[in-house]
Ligand binder design. Structure first.
Ligand code: NDP
Length: 508
């Protein structure tokens, strides 16, 4: 995959306004007679180096052949830094450092001592949370209110939570003295860069494994800052290694004979390739892949709360969310009213500068992802669904896509079947609860679902019938480190979070 910098300007651009200017849009706000003042978060707190090395055995250094690639700010296309591109010899070095650390330091260390390091990392993440939030918004394009209030606090919470388990593994329900696996190779995506790193590293380290982490090519910076935090916490060298690079780096890592466990979050396509690549190797595997979740709204649902849940379900993080509620199933008798209220609500969303604290919708992470969203939305129209977006000017530079709602969607449409991974909602209707269940389960995925109704018995009935790893009731996109997360079918297998998340890193 080419880097973001090489991909040119945003195709969806319609405005003369420069990215970074105060938010965009909303003729209706002008009607109300006032406009939000700009509320930009300062980027001064972050110091981005011109170039970053690989983090191996406790130190930063160049990749073999000194190869690098660029990472850019997707909201402006401004290059942020050049980052080392790890090759095969770097993977060897990192795995060997992790093996030595496992055998000589981390594996033999009592759980109560390992816990202290995890607590330290959690506390440093909290102390440096503003720095992390700004950096993540710059490199990913997501709004600062999300990095500040969701990504970074949840990442710290995962380290706190698993620190608590490190000396209690005997009581985790896996029998006495469960053993770690050894070296874990962990490959993560670009949609929640720091949070996914925390989901992977915290349980692995608590269980006594050492790690080699490969962040996504378009969002390497927060993982590298986390590596700095590991140094600050005086984590022994080799316990955590960070290899930046592209898909080939990830492929070399998962295929390396020196690792015992592969943990992957990303597309179903790559997940399948990884499962094939390591079949028969004895490596333990967990896969957290794509989704096409149904968010089901019954006619007795509290409509205003449901509207907020629908908006949060699909427009949070620009819809770059594996568990996004991308298929809205509404009971026919209230469908018209719900869609009307939804449209009204969408006209109040603010799209623009990710560092503005009032921004609801930030930039699409890369030109490649923007192209995919644009293409699938065009297919939706061509297949006969009705497309609607609020009046919305997009910034001139960067990668942007307006919040989009398709009505008149049928189950066979590609926009109802494929993961778009963008701010695009497909609306379908149903008449009976049975029909809702049938439609909700009519997908190759099975990661998450939502149900909106005032009847507790119906919530329990739906939760039993819907084939999804997580079912949210009268809420959506709620995460807690104590709660397991993972899918069925093409959404993958294994669980992350909670006591269940330890199982993937123990020899059980
Ligand atoms: P990928 O699945 O390609 O990327 C996820 C991670 O895997 C990245 O670190 C990537 O590296 C790495 N990788 C790529 N190829 C291999 C390989 N053969 N072996 C090992 N690791 C590999 O996702 P994309 O970023 O390409 O996104 C494509 C689509 O996937 C999206 O449009 C979306 O639909 C879906 N997706 C789903 C996610 C989820 O959480 N369910 C997350 C991200 C994407 P690199 O970044 O360098 O390519």
């Amino acid at each position: 995959m080419a880097d973001k910098a090489t991909r040119g300007g945003g195709a969806a651009v319609t405005s003369e306004k420069a990215a970074g200017a105060t938010s965009v849009l909303r003729p209706d706000q002008a009607d109300m007679g006032w406009e939000y003042a700009p509320a930009p978060e300062s980027r001064e707190i972050v110091s981005i180096a011109p170039e970053y090395g690989l983090f191996v055995n406790g130190d930063f250094g160049p990749a073999q052949g000194s190869k690098t690639f660029a990472t850019v700010n997707p909201a402006t296309e401004e290059p942020l830094a050049r980052v080392a591109l790890a090759g095969g010899r770097d993977v060897d070095r990192a795995v060997s450092a992790a093996r030595t650390a496992y055998e000589q330091v981390w594996g033999p260390m009592p759980g109560s001592e390992r816990a202290k390091y995890l607590y330290r990392i959690a506390r440093i993440l909290q102390e440096r949370s503003r720095e992390f939030a700004v950096l993540e918004s710059l490199d990913n394009g997501k709004p600062i209110k999300e990095t500040r209030d969701v990504d970074i606090p949840l990442a710290a919470a995962h380290f706190f939570y698993y620190a608590g388990w490190a000396d209690k593994l005997d009581y985790a329900g896996f029998g006495p003295q469960p053993r770690p696996l050894g070296v874990a190779g962990q490959v993560i995506p670009w949609n929640f860069p720091l949070l996914m790193a925390a989901w992977k590293l915290a349980p692995a380290l608590a269980a006594g494994n050492t790690c080699v982490l490969k962040p996504a090519e378009t969002t390497p910076l927060s993982a590298l800052l986390l590596a700095e935090v590991c140094q600050q916490a005086e984590l022994p060298p080799g316990v955590v290694n960070v290899l930046t690079g592209a898909g080939e780096t990830g492929a070399a890592l998962v295929a390396h004979p020196g690792i015992n466990k592969v943990a992957f979050t990303g597309s179903t396509e790559v997940g399948i390739a990884i499962a094939e690549a390591i079949a028969g190797s004895g490596k333990k595997l967990t896969l957290e892949l794509g989704g096409k979740a149904a968010n089901v709204v019954f006619d007795d649902a509290p409509v205003e709360q449901a509207i907020e849940g629908i908006v949060n379900g699909i427009f949070f993080n620009q819809g770059h969310v594996c568990c996004a509620g991308s298929r809205l199933l509404v009971q026919e008798s209230v469908a018209e009213h719900v869609v009307e209220r939804l449209r009204q609500r969408l006209t109040t969303l603010r799209l623009g500068d990710p560092l503005d604290k009032n921004t609801d919708i930030g930039a699409i992470n890369s030109r490649q992802q923007l192209d995919k969203i644009t293409e699938l939305s065009a297919v939706g129209e061509a297949e006969g669904a009705r497309r609607w977006s609020p009046p919305c000017e997009l910034p001139k530079k960067g990668f942007w896509f307006a919040p989009t709602v398709f009505t008149g969607v049928s189950q066979s449409h590609r926009i109802a079947r494929e993961e778009i991974f963008g701010p695009v909602l497909s609306v379908l209707t149903f008449r009976t609860p049975e029909e809702a269940v049938t439609k909700a389960n009519n997908t190759p995925f099975g990661l998450s679902a939502g149900v909106w109704t005032e009847k507790g018995s119906r919530i329990l009935w739906m939760a039993q019938k819907m084939r999804a790893g997580v079912v949210w009731a009268n809420t959506y996109n709620r995460f807690d480190p104590a709660s397991p997360f993972g899918g069925y079918r093409e959404s993958g297998f294994g669980r992350e979070g909670g006591r269940h998340g330890l199982a993937g890193y123990l020899d059980v």
